[in-house]
Design a protein around this ligand. Structure first.
Ligand SMILES: [Fe+2]
Ligand SMILES: [Fe+2]
Length: 290
């Protein structure tokens, strides 16, 4: 499989590297010390929460991987208190950064010289829909704090006045995608969740609300900020075979109505500790091989 002269034999995916954290940064260094030139990496957001660190991480990844695709997550769009910029300006800074590093954030085809079979990589820009918005994944949770006082985006994400609905704004950026003729394999990815079911480790029972046994944050309702049904509409419209998402820091592997949904993250060191996952065993997940 070939794209721009680069032989790509595998497509791998991961999200939520959060390389602001030393242990995660060291993990990235070890990963990039290996040669991944025959691999295409899909990075599904939350690389870091400062543009300098995002730049350092992306630069390191392109030095190791044959090709890198990236969509920003909420942490990538954080702005510091006192910074003049807003999260939309940061988004465009990141797009420019990706372009300068030859990292793709728009649909691209990978194909053999014979042209068949082709593979389409489809990054989906997105944001979460809030409760009350049409595409929200919200489910009520008893005892929740509706003000989301625990959610740092409330302080660190700042939209300009012209963006009244960020979920709609980002979905609309994907509307101009032109995939041309139908491809046998379309692999899409987004940072945010496309469907409610994916919030749950098990198939959701009727009437279930968004909480689970051993809830470490009983007042926080993740479904308020999880994702958008609009992402799934795009997945269906473009005929994705596989869709990868991030954001939840929970791994998922599930088939729903003909689409294979996967989530695979590095997450926070304390999350790996609690789950008994050794950091060195985490590797980007293979989602396609030639
Ligand atoms: Fe994250
Ligand atoms: Fe996130």
């Amino acid at each position: 499989m070939k794209d721009g002269g680069q032989q790509i034999r595998r497509v791998v995916a991961i999200s939520d590297l959060h390389i602001d954290l030393k242990e995660n940064r060291e993990w990235l260094e070890r990963l990039c010390d290996e040669d991944h030139r025959d691999e295409c990496l899909l990075l599904a957001g939350d690389l870091a929460s400062g543009i300098k660190q995002v730049e350092a991480g992306l630069s390191r990844l392109v030095s190791s991987y044959g090709q890198v695709f990236f969509v920003p997550g909420n942490h990538d769009l954080w702005v510091k208190p006192g910074e003049i910029t807003d999260s939309l300006v940061r988004f465009h800074e990141l797009r420019a950064l990706c372009q300068s590093l030859s990292i793709s954030d728009c649909p691209s085809e990978l194909y053999e010289p014979s042209g068949n079979p082709r593979l389409v990589i489809l990054p989906i820009h997105s944001w979460y829909a809030l409760p009350g918005e049409a595409e929200s994944l919200f489910l009520p949770k008893p005892g929740e704090d509706p003000s989301l006082s625990m959610w740092a985006d409330r302080i660190r994400i700042r939209w300009p006045v012209e963006i009244a609905n960020p979920a709609e704004y980002f979905l609309a950026l994907n509307e101009t995608m032109d995939l041309g003729n139908t491809s046998p394999v379309v692999i899409s990815f987004s940072h945010f969740l496309p469907r409610r079911e994916l919030m749950f480790a098990e198939i959701q029972r009727k009437g279930a609300h968004c909480s689970s046994a051993g809830d470490r944050a009983p007042r926080f309702n993740f479904s308020r900020v999880a994702g958008s049904k609009g992402i799934d509409s795009l997945i269906r419209r473009f005929g994705s075979t596989v869709h990868i998402h991030g954001h939840q820091h929970r791994n998922r592997d599930r088939w729903i109505e003909g689409v294979h949904y996967l989530s695979y993250c590095l997450g926070y060191p304390q999350e790996r500790l609690r789950a008994g996952i050794r950091t060195e065993t985490v590797k980007p997940l293979e989602v396609w091989t030639g």
